[in-house]
Write a protein that binds this ligand. Sequence first.
Ligand code: FAD
Length: 403
Amino acid sequence: MNSQNYPELFGEHAEATTVDVAIVGAGLAGTTLATALAKAGRKVALIDPHRVHHNEFRAEKTRSEQIHLFEKLGLGSVVKALVTPTNDIQVFRFGQLFERKESAEFGFSYGPLVNGLRDGLPPEVPLTVGKVAEVSTGPNWQRLVLANGSIVAARLLVVATGYSEAVRRTIGVERVELSKAHSLAIGFDLEVSPQQFGPRSLTFYLGTVRDRIPFLTVFRIGNRMRANMFVYRTAADPWTQAFRANPQQMLLELMPEIANHCGDFAINSPVELRQVSLTTTSGHRRDGVVFIGDAFSTTCPAQGDGIHRALTDVDRLCSTYIPLWLATPGMGSEKVSAFYDDPIKIAADQKAMLASLYAKAIVTETGLEWRIRRLRNNTARQLMIMGRKIQHLAKWRPRGGIG
Ligand SMILES: Cc1cc2nc3c(=O)[nH]c(=O)nc-3n(C[C@H](O)[C@H](O)[C@H](O)COP(=O)(O)OP(=O)(O)OC[C@H]3O[C@@H](n4cnc5c(N)ncnc54)[C@H](O)[C@@H]3O)c2cc1C
């Protein structure tokens, strides 16, 4: 496409880049999408205000299911080099070892993960470092003006700006809060060394109405032992302030049964906090633009579904919708809507949202229905523990003794 023929898109003198797909936001979703599309031969622009993604407290652990999605998108080897796998997952309930799973979990720091994905971008997709100053969308072409005056024209615009509102607001979509300040994620490093801790990850469920803590999980990221704890409280809650002031003492009081597994909870990093709301988007069915990952919806980190939702969006766009949309002229809202109506995307989003709401209710609600549910769940788990103890005793009972 020649910029001189489209003065309404480019202006008279501007330097313009034309692409099939412009992606705004080079986080996990945007970078993965850019790589997969470029590998499929699409012309892509990827724009982010920062060359290096800062080291923020975000997702730090994921499961095999998400690694399979990275593999499907051609990024398996890139991602596996950035994560620390664990195959022995120990689950504690009621202060006792409840379950030992042999499935895999993978620990990582979010900044290095996103930067590693960016390093894996094919040469055809250089990261454009810049701020989007203007956006206009329409049924044929999307036009972005960056703060330095350069212009990008694309048939499709993908907004992958995570929690940030600037580009969403410019386009005119709204975030709908389904549960404000739903949960608080707390992250810190433990002093215990990976050698002392052993090659395992540990998850300790509390789940009492008084504590409002679903669980704490401890896992390895490289040479660090990292803990993530989730609480249904706000950052301003006096409990949170007290935890920040003396995390070790509070952890010892909350979880004395596992303290010896965790070096008595000696902590050797700042305590990081992140408040998360459950949100979705309204007014998003419009010509020429799709919203993906956290730019479309946010769910509770305790359920660990954010990466799965983001990668499902990327996979559905790459494997089905973008090839279909680019094969015919135009990019009207009826085309783009097919993505939001995709059953696999809807199922991933709904599962994450419902799990987020249920997980909080089962820990915090005090109505009769929820008390009965808690009693039912806890009784079933206690019976399982008891059944296993009986089996264990039966196994070790001396056989064939004297009458
Ligand atoms: C504390 C915490 C713990 C979590 N734990 C888990 C977990 O264990 N498992 C899990 O699956 N999920 C977890 N999540 C959720 C998960 O981190 C997110 O769902 C996922 O990382 C979203 O990726 P994204 O690409 O949509 O957004 P991001 O990775 O945030 O990417 C957004 C990008 O947009 C860029 N950007 C912002 N504004 C602009 C702009 N104006 N113009 C251009 N670019 C812009 C940013 O620089 C960034 O690069 C957690 C979230 C939090 C907060």
